[in-house]
Design a protein around this ligand. Structure first.
Ligand SMILES: [Mg+2]
Length: 108
């Protein structure tokens, strides 16, 4: 049987929670967020030999930690993931802002 990368990741995340606990994973998420901030700042300054690959590594680290944070913090109401609900709301808000920006540009 072949499992998807998402299923494989979820198996690993559950093992991580059992071995290290949710609090340790939350702390790791904080540390990885900091590493992403530093990698982006260094790339912007184009110093310290920072590269796009450094940023990609941190983006992957953050995605892995964000997926774990979602397993910890997401909950459902009437069968709906509140993460998915909020993401849809925020994407709709972004779409509205972009439409508003486009309308203002067209009036210039
Ligand atoms: Mg990292």
């Amino acid at each position: 049987m072949v499992i998807s990368m998402g299923e494989f990741a979820n198996v690993l995340y559950e093992k991580a929670f059992k071995i290290w606990g949710a609090d340790a994973q939350i702390q790791m998420a904080v540390e990885e967020a900091g590493e992403l901030i530093v990698s982006l700042a260094k790339l912007q300054r184009a110093s310290n030999g920072a590269t796009v690959d450094d940023v990609l590594d941190e983006l992957v680290d953050n995605e892995i930690m964000n997926e774990q944070m979602r397993l910890i913090f997401d909950y459902t109401v009437n069968g709906q993931s509140q993460f998915v609900k909020r993401k849809a709301e925020k994407l709709n808000r972004l779409a509205a802002r972009l439409d508003s920006f486009r309308d203002k540009e067209e009036k210039k």
